[in-house]
Design a protein around this ligand. Structure first.
Ligand code: ZN
Length: 260
């Protein structure tokens, strides 16, 4: 899942494969407007900010993307061009021998001046994977009073945490996902999630149990009605609601008891 850790891994992969390379040919397809030209430009570096990816070019422009659930940056062999069914390729950059970097089904893809990246990421809270975490952690008072799971997913509070790490982190911390944030030890929960995400980043996995076998990778995520791995109680579930941070949630009613 494209959470902060996977975007960091993607940025690292692109930095080692195509950063520092010149663009031999490129197409930036966005309906209607005049497409920006990147031929002859050089990709300086690729940065991850929360769940956002920023590709910075020597021309002073940045390509901002957000993968959400379906987007992907893929490197194809040198000379690759999108076929006739490629309306889902939003942009491609041919770097010669390392290959062609292409944005597939990218829901957010835009070009901005590098000096104005704040237009894309300025609203974000501190990145949970930043080097100066936990010093950068937001003051709990700054986190609005609502359900803890929604507060964790709101990227304006903390950037980089997605639903997988929220669901699993709340289980490890023993916190009921529907609890009001004001009733929760938020620094402890953030500490648990930051540790889990760093471990995942280091080991290149989103397994939270340490087990890599299929069906064994998570404590509660996706495990409705299955027995809790700690106490055997059946895992509970709430479907996603209408709010932008009201995502589907799983929890153990015994290990994560409700308040009251
Ligand atoms: Zn349990």
């Amino acid at each position: 899942m494209a959470e902060g850790d996977s975007i960091r891994r993607l940025a690292a992969r692109l930095n080692s494969s195509v950063a520092g390379r010149d663009v031999i040919a490129a197409r930036f397809r966005r309906g209607g407007e005049v497409p920006p030209r990147f031929d002859g430009d050089t990709l300086l570096t690729v940065a991850a900010v929360g769940k956002h990816l920023l590709m910075r070019f020597t021309s002073g422009r940045s390509v901002h993307s957000h993968l959400r659930m379906q987007g992907a940056w893929r490197i194809h062999r040198a000379g690759w061009r999108p076929g006739p069914a490629a309306d889902r390729v939003g942009a491609w950059f041919d770097f010669g021998p390392p290959g062609v970097l292409a944005a597939h089904a990218m829901p957010v893809l835009q070009v901005l001046p590098t000096a104005r990246e704040d237009l894309a990421v300025g609203h974000l809270g501190p990145d949970i994977l930043t080097d100066d975490w936990p010093a950068a952690a937001p003051a709990v008072a700054a986190i609005p009073a609502r359900r803890i799971r929604e507060a964790l997913l709101d990227q304006r509070n903390v950037a980089g945490i997605g639903n997988l790490w929220t669901v699993e982190g709340l289980f490890i911390a023993g916190v009921w996902p529907h609890a009001p944030a004001a009733d929760v030890d938020v620094p402890k929960v953030l500490d648990v999630i930051a540790r889990m995400m760093r471990l995942g980043l280091r080991h290149g996995t989103q397994s939270t149990t340490g087990n890599l076998r299929k069906g064994q990778t998570h404590w509660v995520y996706g495990r409705y009605r299955r027995p809790c791995r700690r106490c055997s109680a059946p895992i509970d579930f709430t479907a996603a609601g209408p709010g932008p941070y009201d995502r589907e949630t799983w929890w153990c009613p015994h290990c994560q008891p409700g308040i009251g």
